[in-house]
Design a protein around this ligand. Structure first.
Ligand code: S3P
Length: 158
């Protein structure tokens, strides 16, 4: 069964996955290869719905293996993705409050996330609120990551 890290943008999924297993699979990087452009350019050219379609295909492919996966924060929007995650993944939700995540997103000048760039803070918070139940629904373990070092988080992951 694949081990899967989920959580909102900025929750540290890729960082924690890289420390857990240097062979982890990063869905966003795989998507950039598959799309042939950055996620932000793809959103601008083809829209979010087209992105979500490719994201679902990639998720299904990756869940067929036994790798550690770091997902994009929006993977839980789709009910069929959530079903796949529950059936084929051992899912860990890296949970943080919105203010902490927003500060991290503001400080991240490298990763240009379209939902961060194209939404007001209030709209992004509404997206965060809407997703909470979905992250909880798919997770077999929830870890509050705020104020913890990566090492402390690693220790908590079963
Ligand atoms: C998204 C999160 C991003 C990326 C895309 C959409 C989202 O991944 O997949 O920009 O909807 O939350 P990260 O959570 O790795 O930033």
């Amino acid at each position: 069964m694949a081990k899967v890290l989920v959580g909102f943008m900025g929750s540290g999924k890729s960082t924690i996955a890289s420390l857990l297993d240097s062979d982890f699979q990063d869905m966003d990087s795989i998507l950039v290869d598959r799309l042939g452009m950055s996620i932000s350019d793809f959103f601008a050219q083809q829209g979010e719905t087209a992105f979500r379609r490719v994201e679902s295909q990639v998720l299904a492919e990756l869940l067929a293996g036994n790798h550690l996966l770091s997902t994009g924060g929006g993977v839980v929007i789709s009910a069929s993705n959530r079903e796949l995650l529950q059936q084929h993944g051992d899912v860990v939700y890296l949970k943080a409050d919105f203010d902490t995540l927003y500060q991290r997103l503001e400080a991240d000048t490298v990763n240009q996330r379209p939902l961060f760039l194209n939404n007001s803070r209030a709209d992004l918070e509404a997206i965060y609120d809407q997703r909470q139940a979905w992250y909880e629904e798919v997770a077999s373990q929830v870890i509050d990551v705020v104020g913890k070092t990566p090492e402390q988080i690693l220790e908590e992951i079963k």
